[in-house]
Design a protein around this ligand. Structure first.
Ligand code: NOJ
Length: 567
């Protein structure tokens, strides 16, 4: 039996500086769809407060709250009209303060969504900015004259069409990398940066614990606004994320704001390569703590198109990211969020037979990963993709705009687009939380909900999960608890023991003398597996099956079986 290496008081572990945010597990709440308290069919802050014991019960440490600010909701709150006001549908500032209080009382932490690449076009700054070319807000956004009768350049928006929109009052174009209701702020204007720093302090001074930063790599723009290069590969994010002043602005933000608080930051890093990652998160540079990469969650994507993926491809991404970062940089681990399909439908098997074991296998992978794990609401219940049948059932602005630009313009057939969306849509994770089997899944007491509820809520819901000792929820609880007492899962070295195996994901995590083996069957097949290199699976610490195999070099794996051994 190995003697566990104690790290409780050590300032470093395996070369990493120890930090609370490295050892935390984060739970993401999408407020619109979490819990409604007043019967209007829209989730709200009081609803979240009423469910804090549920969240705490899971064993997580930090809540990431998707935007709760005043917004006209063109993009479900990622278009902010007033950064210092709570969205009326979600409640009041007093209710936010109560939520924060409830979070603190339970020894949890809260991070907010900082959406400052763009605002809503209904923000007071934009209303003033569009009025004239010479008022104090004129340069808060990115305005350019037309070029030879056209848009200033050929940039496209992520939500289809040109990234420029002509404004009749200024007779100029403004830039919007997302919808035309989300104009991009001009970060080259020091007044804009000061405003952002101030609003960050406003929330930090209330006692929040950090930020998830929306598309933060896009804040600096090449002011020459060149057209795409000749060899442009159709992925504008790699161009938008490489602005010339980006790291100056992040360092300034750190100096002016973040360094003054004990907080965590995680940047959403669309368009950032593995090689560029240390520029954001190497702790000696004082920018951000962590970033989210898209490589794993988008391994089966080409724009809105779905493409088949294999387990060796997934494993190769994990290995590449592990090798590519040294101990000065800290990774994140996530399998979905509000912009991706449901984890079990995406990487697992959501058929009635395999939904439960595959959701547990994926939980095992997530919670034995190096890096801070992020769980998305409802994944702990094994919530699945919604069976969307027609375009009318979708809500997402990205879907609607792409439908107009691709299908209505006859570039793509309706079936082709809908077939892909069924696998890829962001709306799958935005259906309301399934709390119990009462009408509307216990999400609201009202007759209507803002978005459709998955009909499988009668079987898949929190009330069932809490009482069933074999539920996915209880498995999450167990694997989170195991992570908490096993520093090797947080800081240990990672080694994939069989990268080419088509069905088995098997890896070790090692910290000093402590070593663990994780084996995950990513398929419906049963098979025997002989551990390579003289490895022996010793004590079984956790599994999603009845298997009791221990002290063995040969494993008999059931479909979607997951086991965690000490070595
Ligand atoms: C990323 C957010 O996660 C997504 O939901 C949003 O649509 C875009 N950024 C624009 O803010």
């Amino acid at each position: 039996m190995n003697t566990p290496k104690r790290i409780d008081n050590a300032p470093t572990a395996n070369g990493y500086t120890r930090k609370w945010w490295k050892e935390s597990v984060v739970y993401q709440i999408y407020p619109r769809s979490f819990k409604d308290s007043n019967g209007d069919g829209i989730g709200d802050l009081k609803g979240i407060t009423s469910k804090l014991d549920y969240v705490k019960g899971l064993g997580v440490d930090v809540i990431w709250l998707s935007p709760h600010f005043d917004s006209p909701n063109a993009d479900n709150g990622y278009d902010i009209r007033d950064y210092r006001k709570v969205m009326a549908e979600f409640g009041t500032m007093a209710e936010f303060d109560e939520l924060l209080e409830g979070i603190k009382q339970r020894n949890l932490k809260l991070i907010l969504d900082l959406v400052v690449n763009h605002t809503s076009d209904e923000h007071a700054w934009f209303a003033k900015s569009r009025q004239s070319k010479d008022n104090p807000y004129a340069d808060y956004y990115i305005w350019r004259p037309e070029k030879e009768g056209h848009e200033p350049n050929d940039w496209i928006s992520f939500f289809a069409g040109s990234a420029w929109k002509k404004d009749p009052s200024r007779e100029e174009y403004y830039l919007h990398l997302f919808s035309e209701k989300q104009p991009d702020l001009n970060w080259d204007n020091p007044d804009v940066r000061r405003e952002v720093h101030d609003l960050m302090k406003f929330w930090l001074d209330k006692g929040i614990d950090g930020f998830r930063m929306d598309v933060i790599p896009f804040i600096s723009k090449d002011q020459r606004f060149p057209d795409y290069p000749k060899d442009f590969d159709g992925r504008p994010e790699y161009i938008y994320a490489s602005g010339p002043k980006l790291h100056d602005y992040l360092q300034e933000m750190n100096r002016e704001v973040l360094s003054k608080y004990d907080v965590m930051t995680v940047g959403e890093a669309l368009g950032v390569t593995l090689e560029q990652t240390p520029l954001f998160v190497d702790e000696r540079r004082h920018e951000l703590n962590m970033i989210f990469h898209f490589d794993l969650v988008r391994l089966d994507r080409q724009g809105w198109r779905w493409k088949p993926w294999t387990l060796p491809e997934l494993k190769a991404i994990c290995a590449r990211f592990d090798k590519g970062l040294d101990s000065h940089s800290w990774p994140t681990a996530y399998l979905t969020n509000h912009d991706n399909p449901r984890t079990v439908s995406h990487f697992g098997d959501d058929s009635p037979e395999y939904r439960i074991p595959s959701a547990k296998a994926l939980a095992t992978m997530l919670l034995t990963s190096k890096g801070t794990p992020f769980i998305y609401q409802g994944d702990e219940l094994g919530m699945t993709n919604y069976p969307f049948a027609s375009i009318e059932e979708y809500d997402d602005i990205e879907v609607k705009n792409t439908w107009n630009a691709e299908v209505l313009a006859n570039h793509v057939s309706a079936e082709d687009y809908l077939d892909n969306l069924r696998k890829t849509s962001r709306d799958h994770t935005r259906t309301p939380m399934q709390w119990d089997n009462s009408p509307n899944a216990g999400f609201t007491s009202g007759a209507k909900t803002w978005f459709t509820i998955n009909p499988n809520y009668r079987d898949i819901n929190a009330s069932q999960a809490l009482t069933d000792e074999h539920s996915i929820y209880n498995y999450y609880k167990a694997i989170i608890a195991l992570r908490k007492k096993t520093p090797a899962f947080v800081y240990g070295d990672y080694a994939d023991i069989d990268p080419e195996h088509l069905s088995l994901f098997a890896y070790t995590r090692t910290l000093g003398a402590e070593s663990y083996l994780i084996v995950l069957n990513f398929s419906r097949n049963e098979f025997s597996y002989t551990l390579p290199g003289g490895l022996k699976a010793e004590s079984l610490l956790l599994s999603n099956s009845d298997s009791k195999e221990e002290n063995t070099t040969v494993l008999h794996m059931d479909p979607w079986e997951a086991r965690v051994y000490s070595l």
